[in-house]
Design a protein around this ligand. Structure first.
Ligand code: MN
Length: 191
C-alpha cells in the first residue's frame, strides 16, 4: 500500500512562536515527507508491500523499519499539537498521571528530563504498559514502543532537526515550547 504524509489540522505557521514556520517547512515538509517517500520506494517486492504502517513498525528491520517508524513517529508527534495547546490533561489520563507519577508537574518534570537527557537522536515517550501502568521511556533513532508491546500516548522528537533552526543547542528550551503546543484533547483519547 502507498503510505501518505498526513495532512495536519493546522497551518505550518500556526505553532509560532513555539515552533517556527521554517522548522515546520523542514521538519514536516522535508524530513517527514522524505521518510514517506523512502518507505514507498523500499517496500515494493518485499513482504511489507501491502502491510499497514503499524505492522511495518512492529515487524520490519533495517531501512524499512527506520523509514516506516519515522513516518509513524512523526505523524503521531505532529498530530499531538494545536496552536491552542498547552495546559494539563483532563479525565482518565489526568487520573492515571496522578496515580503513576504523583502529579502532573512531577510527570512533566520526569518526561522533560527523559527528553533532555536522551543521548543523540531519538524520542521520549509516555506509554501505557500491558498492566495499564504509565511509564516514560527513551528510544534511540527511529525506536517505537509498539515493538515492545506498549501503547504510545505522547512523544517528543529530540532529533536535532526538530529544534536546531529555532533553538540551536538549547534542547531544554525546545522541550519547554513542546509543552505549550500539546493538544490534550487528542492525547486523552489514547488511553
Ligand atoms: Mn523529526
Amino acid at each position: 500500500m502507498k503510505h501518505e504524509l498526513p495532512k495536519l489540522p493546522y497551518e505550518l505557521n500556526a505553532l509560532e512562536p513555539h515552533i517556527s514556520l521554517k522548522t515546520m517547512e523542514y521538519h514536516y515538509g522535508k524530513h517527514h515527507n522524505t521518510y514517506v517517500v523512502n518507505l514507498n520506494n523500499l517496500i515494493p517486492g518485499t513482504e511489507f508491500e501491502n502491510a499497514d504502517l503499524e505492522t511495518i513498525v512492529k515487524k520490519s528491520t533495517g531501512p524499512i523499519f527506520n523509514n516506516g517508524a519515522q513516518v509513524w513517529n512523526h505523524s503521531f508527534y505532529f498530530m499531538s499539537f494545536s496552536p491552542k495547546g498547552g495546559g494539563e490533561p483532563k479525565g482518565k489520563l489526568a487520573e492515571l498521571i496522578a496515580r503513576d507519577f504523583g502529579s502532573f508537574p512531577e510527570f512533566k518534570d520526569k518526561f522533560s528530563k527523559a527528553a533532555a537527557g536522551l543521548f543523540g537522536a531519538g524520542w521520549a515517550w509516555l506509554v501505557m504498559k500491558h498492566d495499564g501502568k504509565l511509564e516514560i521511556v527513551q528510544e534511540s533513532n527511529a525506536g517505537n514502543p509498539l515493538r515492545n508491546g506498549m501503547t504510545p500516548i505522547l512523544t517528543c522528537d529530540v532529533w536535532e532537526h526538530a529544534y536546531y533552526l529555532d533553538k540551536q543547542n538549547r534542547r531544554p528550551d525546545y522541550i519547554a515550547s513542546f509543552w505549550e503546543l500539546i493538544d490534550w484533547k487528542v492525547v486523552e483519547k489514547r488511553v
